[in-house]
Write a new protein. Structure first.
Length: 159
């Protein structure tokens, strides 16, 4: 059979020796509700044992209530610690396509700009939320909008 989680994991295991940051976790179902930090850490540590080059393991946590209403958060394992982003509940989804890419882009942006993994996690999660509120698979969010959402000042788009 072609495709599916098992085939994706098989291919990813061939690529992981070349990565130091990974988005997604092998053999772990990332759930928004009831996120288990201990289990996430155990799975992440197992991945690091198998792929010692991995420094950061991040994943989104999503609950799809309907096509137009999602809950979103994320978690990261870095430096031996698990961090979980704040929960964004009842996000009004205009277009879900690209929200995972927006998470990765926001996360990487902050790492490259000297922020720690916890702040990068918050940035990536906020960016993913904003990406879901606009059409298309490219983010239209500006940095000040992402930072405003991280601070909890609301999510209205500023243009």
């Amino acid at each position: 059979m072609r495709g599916g989680r098992a085939e994706a994991n098989r291919i990813n295991k061939k690529l992981l020796p070349f990565a130091d940051v990974v988005f997604g976790v092998l053999d772990f179902e990332a759930e928004f509700a009831g996120f288990d930090a201990e289990k996430f850490q155990q799975v992440a540590e197992k991945m690091q044992t198998e792929f010692p080059n991995l420094k950061i393991i991040a994943t989104t946590l999503r609950e799809v209530k309907s096509a137009s209403l999602h809950n979103l958060s994320a978690a990261v394992f870095a430096g031996g610690e698990v961090f979980k982003a704040r929960d964004y509940e009842n996000v009004q989804v205009f277009d879900r396509v690209g929200s995972g890419d927006a998470f990765a882009a926001g996360f990487i942006f902050d790492l490259l700009n000297g922020k720690d993994a916890k702040y990068a996690l918050e940035c990536g999660t906020a960016h993913a939320c904003l990406a879901m509120t606009t059409p298309g698979d490219n983010s239209r969010a500006q940095l000040m909008e992402i930072e405003k959402l991280i601070r909890g000042d609301g999510s209205k788009v500023i243009r």
